[in-house]
Every structure is written in C-alpha cells, then in structure tokens.
Design a protein around this ligand. Structure first.
Ligand code: AMP
Length: 409
C-alpha cells in the first residue's frame, strides 16, 4: 500500500463507537463480518480477500482477550440450510489465516450455539453458520435479531460490503447491544466519506462501467469537490449521444440523455473539467476473434459498438491525472473481461497507480482490474464494497452505520 500521502486527519466522519472504544477483556463480542467469498464447484475458496480484510479486527479482539463470535452470510440460500452455502470452508481457511483454532458452530442461533458460546474462553474464536439459513436475517426479524444479540455483550460491524442492507445482523442486533465499527468499516468510511468529501485538491474522479444511471448519484455528490471528471466505459456514450453525436451501436441509455446533458452542463458551470473518450476500440460483436478497429469517437460506424477507450484516450486520461493529489476511480473503461477490450482499463490502472496522489479505487470490477493489471499494491485504498461503496460515494447514509451507537464526546 502507498503510504506516502495519507489523508489529512479526518475528523468526525464516523461519529460512532469503534471497536477501540470497547473494553473487550473477557467479553463476548459478536463481530458481523463479510465472508461472502467466491467458491468453485468443489466448494474451494477462489479468493479469500474478504476474509483477510477482517483479520485486523478479529486479531485485535483476540489480543484484547475477547470471546470472539463471528457471523456472516454466504451466497443466497433463500432462508433455509443449504450445504452449498455452508461457511465450513471459510472456517477452515480462517483457522489457517489466524493460525489458531476456530470453532465452527452448526447454526447461528439456538441451544446448541448457546452451549458452544457458554464454553468459550477468552481469546477463543467461534464462527457461526450462514446467517441467511434463517429467513429472519434478510427480513430483519426482531426475534431473530434478539436471539443473535443474546449470544454477546457487544456488537461490532466490520461487514462493509453488507452495510447498505437493513438485515437483522446489520441493523437489528444494534438495538440490543452497544454497537461499534470494526477497523475495516472505519477505514472505508474514512476514505469514501472523509477523503472524498474533503479531498486534497486537485481531485480527479474517473468513472466508467456500463451505465450512467448507476453513477449519476456519484457525479452529483462529487460536483462541489471535484476538479476533473474523466468518463470512460459504456456510460461515456450516453454523454456523447446527448451532445448530438452518433455513436453507432454503442451502449446508450435513451432515458438518461437529458440527465447526462444536465450534469455535464452543471459541472462545466462549476468549472469542473469534463473529459470523454476521443478514440475507441470498436467491434461488431463481443464474439472472440471478432474484428476490431480503433477510430475517433465521432466516427463510430453504424453496426459497430465502442467497447474500450482507445490509445489516445488512455494517454489523455493519464496526462489529466498528472497534477492530481487525490484520485477516485470507479468503473472499468471498457469490457475489460475480454482481452481485446481490456487495454484501456489496464492503462488507466497503471496511470492511477503511478500518480503521486492519494488513490482510491471502488467497486468490484475496478478492484479486479487493478489486481489483474498487477498494480493493486500501489493503490492507497481499495474499497471492499460494491453497492455499499456506491451508496457512500453518492453521499447517502448506510443503514449499518446509522445503526451503530453514537460516540459521546
Ligand atoms: P458497472 O457495474 O456499471 O460498473 O459496469 C461494469 C461493466 O461495464 C463491466 O462488466 C464492463 O464489461 C461493462 N462495460 C464497460 N465498458 C463498456 C462498453 N463500452 N460497452 C458495454 N459495456 C461496457
């Protein structure tokens, strides 16, 4: 991780208790984590970053002498037990990562679980079975939340990726227990709210991905703080069409044309520099082996679609990052999942990584892109959320954070 440019001290972005405010010694602490990891058909974990990102909080609680009760969801088991979504493989991996025993409970509530918890010693770790094996989790059922809360003395939320969901383990339990943020949650808020709302300028936002509709809220929230906005990906073509140009068969959201035009004008009035692709990689289809061409954006022929930014745009965007002190990047520049349309995204990933700036990357696709480009270690902060990241970047409150106990000065 880049440490050369830490954010200016961020005050009061999280006016809630954090795990460090709790006296954990000998206490049962229920930590809601996001262990929703991808599994292959043999139930092997293919990427354990979500588990790793909760380790600072878990290790802290162990070191403080807490009885650590971990809970998570995994997949969408529809409110009943389903072995395909068991957290058993996670318990195994966690054991290895913590280098200590992890007791795996066969359920998340009920007498058997209570029995296990009652026998815990200080520093022990229990992982509960998938919360979504009970309907009450997603329904935020009060009795279910109460049953979970009865297992512990304190509640800690470190499940940033789920903090935008009003589920029992996110907003229900905090009604019954003192509730604090874990280190991951705190860090996400510090970067996505603290830095983004109070950036060291010039502040450059790079937005991409499929649709304008998904990013309008982000643009509106950044409007007052941002100095430059670089737009790539499919969403660029709604902006370009809205300006009256032809875009061939590129992705366009017809119902967003007016909104796109309005936002672009508003940013211009505020003196924000707004960049769109000047050239594109085009193809007639996404089929592997389909012919591709590089053309100026205003010369995309009928029957062809733009699927990546072109080399001139990659250079233009890289140069636009030159004087940035803070960079936020959300959304790929093209259909980077396909090799032929991945170069623009990787070029931007390298430019972001090379910039002498505090760099924040958000969203699952963009996270994947910086990893594939091999530059993830050079990014200051990579958000672990998807929907939760966007919601914070839109300036909206997350239910999981609102539910935590207020910090008293
Ligand atoms: P989002 O979830 O809105 O950030 O969109 C991410 C998706 O946008 C990725 O799966 C990309 O393949 C897709 N995408 C990026 N650029 C384009 C494009 N020019 N045309 C169509 N899809 C795109």
């Amino acid at each position: 991780m880049k440490n050369n440019l830490n954010p200016a001290p961020i005050k009061d972005v999280l006016a809630k208790l954090t795990i460090e405010d709790l006296d954990l010694n000998g206490k049962r602490v229920f930590i809601r984590v996001d262990f929703n990891v991808p599994l292959d058909e043999n139930l092997n974990i293919t990427d354990d970053r979500r588990i790793r990102s909760a380790l600072p909080t878990i290790n802290y609680a162990i070191d403080e002498g807490a009885k650590v009760i971990l809970a998570s969801h995994l997949g969408r088991p529809k409110g009943r037990p389903d072995p395909r979504y068991s957290l058993a493989p996670v318990a195994k991996r966690l054991k290895r990562l913590l280098n200590k025993d992890v007791i795996f409970a066969p359920d998340c509530i009920g007498p058997q679980v209570e029995n296990i918890v009652n026998k815990m010693q200080n520093g022990d770790v229990v992982l509960l079975e998938n919360l979504r094996f009970h309907e009450g989790e997603e329904k935020n059922d009060e009795a279910f939340a109460k049953a979970l809360a009865s297992l512990a003395d304190y509640y800690v939320n470190d499940a940033f990726g789920t903090a935008h969901r009003a589920h029992a383990s996110i907003v229900g339990i905090p009604k019954y227990l003192p509730a604090a943020a874990g280190f991951l949650l705190k860090k996400e808020i510090e970067y996505l709210k603290g830095v983004v709302n109070n950036p060291i300028r010039p502040f450059v936002a790079i937005l991409g991905g499929a649709k304008v509709s998904g990013k309008i809220g982000v643009l509106e929230n950044l409007e007052g703080n941002v100095d430059k906005v670089l737009v790539g990906g499919g969403m660029a073509f709604t902006f370009i069409k809205a300006m009256g140009y032809e875009v061939g068969d590129s992705l366009v959201e017809e119902d967003m044309l007016e909104t796109a035009q309005r936002i672009r004008k508003k940013l211009k009035e505020r003196g924000v520099k707004f960049y769109l692709p000047v050239d594109c990689v085009i193809a007639q289809s996404l089929e592997p082996g389909a012919e591709t061409k590089i053309v100026p954006t205003l010369e995309i022929p009928k029957g062809w679609k733009a699927l990546d930014i072109g080399p001139a745009t990659a250079r233009l965007f890289s140069e636009a990052l030159h004087n940035a002190k803070t960079i936020l990047w959300n959304g790929p520049m093209g259909v980077f999942e396909i090799d032929a349309f991945s170069r623009g995204t990787y070029a931007v990933a390298r430019a972001v990584a090379d910039a002498y700036a505090l760099t924040i990357v958000g969203g699952g696709d963009t996270d994947l892109a910086v990893h594939r480009a091999g530059v993830s270690d050079s990014i200051s902060f990579i958000s672990t959320g998807g929907g939760a990241t966007l919601q914070l970047l839109e300036g909206r409150e997350l239910p999981g954070i609102a539910a935590l106990t207020d910090k008293k000065e």
